[in-house]
Each structure stands twice: as structure tokens, then as C-alpha cells.
Design a protein around this ligand. Sequence first.
Ligand code: SF4
Length: 375
Amino acid sequence: MRQVSVEVGMAAARGIYRVVAFANLAEQWQDDLQFLVLAPDEASLAQVETLRQKGLRNIAAATALGLEEGDIVDCEPDRARATVLFRESDVHHSLFLTNRCNSYCVMCSQPPTRHDDGWLVDQAIDIVRHVRVPPPVIGVSGGEPLLAAAGLERVLASIKDCWPGTDVEVLTNGRLLHDVRVKEALFSEPPANVRWLVPLYGHADFLHDFVVQSPGAFDETLDGLLTLQEMRQPIQLRIVLIQPVLDVLDELCRFIGHNLPFVECVALMACEPTGFALANRDICDLDLFEAGPALERASRVLDRYQVRHVFMNAPLCALPPRLWTRATRSISDWKNTYADDCARCTVKDRCCGLFAWHEKNWKPTKLKPIEEAIA
Ligand code: SF4
């Protein structure tokens, strides 16, 4: 999340605001939304304060560098800061429903917490209400969003209501999908605009359960996948490439092709070097370039079963060229960066680049800028 220092006008309360330029306030104003009005000088600051005194209590003036018109922010006037929760100009957008989780994955980029954070559901709905231009796709994640299944159902309903043309991607470990109450909350009327992104890390229980550090998780996730199939829901399976998973990748891909042919896509993802991955570096830090032959084999197995697959978080110079057409620019905008060497690379505009924390921690491989022109 991007944090920005702001100075906010008098009497503004903490909350969700849409950022708007002063010149566009009249056109965008609605009485059920809150607006943070960018006031670049004393005169506009005074104008906003005058409007407030005349009764427009849902506006506040702000001076800040780093905010854009259309940003949805959590503004904390007391701490003189705003956190950008949604930015129109980003390619990737997401809503965060909880930091709690029922798994404890060895490479988790965002280690779970236990405290009650039920307010995040209301915040997500508030973000949806405040957005000016609906995104084509929105991710919904946690923690484990199914721990807040009733809240997830409310969030899905508000997206359907406010953004009827938006597709939703719910990132879940799937373990609670077979639970009767969760099924009732989510599938009494199965959604038509949701894709489910479900991680699978092995073709046998002891492998998957080790990676997610939760006995019984493999069986629960398979039950969840079968529930999604029964509900005719599209599924993307997610495989994070850490050493214990790479060691069984052939078998895992064969298992998927043989037993889960209904999945729409498999995403093979390089590990994000942060969170628990740092503590478990011995099994999480693998050189993607050296893993190339294993990735090509996995791709051939999935092709044989006609399972569509993509590579995520994998820079092109780390992948065998045969796999480049399957590589996606998957890293969220606010986490994404490129190394200095990338400036002279001819495929930079198609490459996902690096996570911002690659420099401090580790890179997926030694980068090799592609210098010849590639069609
Ligand atoms: S050098 Fe940089 S831009 Fe080029 S392929 Fe590698 S990571 Fe991507």
C-alpha cells in the first residue's frame, strides 16, 4: 500500500475518501460519499473550508504530494497521513478482507494475525462505493477471505451492485468451501462474475500439508475444488515455485491433468521474497533460470492434458524462450519495479520485472537484459 503525507483541513474525521480536484468537485459530489479535495494553494483551501461551513460536511481540503484524482484513501488527519487503497491508473486492483488465515504457508508473503479485523469488510464495501471508474477486474484477498464468508458475500453483492461489468478474482485456499454455512452464504445463488484462485502445492497430502503447515489441508482443498466444480465456478489453480514444490512439479501437473481437468487455468508463480519466505529462505530461494528445464517439462505435461497455464512473477530473462508467450505481467503496481539493467532490455515492456523487495532480499535469477530485437 502506498502511504502519503497529507495536511487535511479542519474538523475532518478519519475515514474513506475519494480524492478529487477542486475544479471537479461540483461534477462529482454526492451526499453519501466523502471527498478529499486537493487544494494546491491557500485560496482553494479557504474555498473548501467555506463550503464546509456552509454545510458540505462530507468534504475536506488536503494538501499532499503523491495523491492522484480518483484515488480512494483511508485518511487519518490526526496522523497527517493517507493510505491509498485504490488507484484508478493501476493495472491491478484488490480488496483486502482479513489478515486472519487457517493456513500458515512456509512462503506466505503476508504472515497472518489473529486479531478481529471484521471492520475490513465494511472498509472494502466503502471503497467499492467511492470508486469513480470501476475496474475491469478486482482481486479479493486476505489472509483467507472465506474466514469472513458472510462478509465476502456482502462484498460480492456490493461489487455486483456498483460495478456490474467488473469480474472478481477471489484468492482463497479453498479449505472452507465444503462447509455448509459457507456454501449457503456464497452459492445459494452462484455468482456469475467470480473466478476462484486456489493454491495447490502437491499431488499428495503430506506435500501440500507441509507447504501450508496445516494437517488435513490437502483433502479440504480438494473438497473445495469439487464444490466449485459442482457450482460451475471457474478455477485458476496456483502453484508457487519453491524447492519442495519444484521437486514434485511433474507429478503435481500430472495429478492436475488427470484428476482436476475442469480447472480453467494453472498459474505457476515465482515466490515473493518477503514475509515467511525470508525465514524459510533455504527452501524458498530458488534460481528460476536453473529451474527452466523443470518448468518446460511441467508446461509439456500440462499441454498434454490440454490444461491452459501461465507463468507469473517470472521475468522473461529467467524463463526459457519457449515459455515467454505464457508469461504475464502479474506483479501489483505498487510492488513492481525494474533493475537498472532492465533499461537496456528490449523486452522490458512485456516483462513483469521484479518485486520491489527483490533488491533487498533476493532476485529470481541473475538478470540478463535481452539486447537483440525480438519479434
Ligand atoms: S532484464 Fe529486466 S526487463 Fe529484461 S527480461 Fe530481465 S527482468 Fe525483464
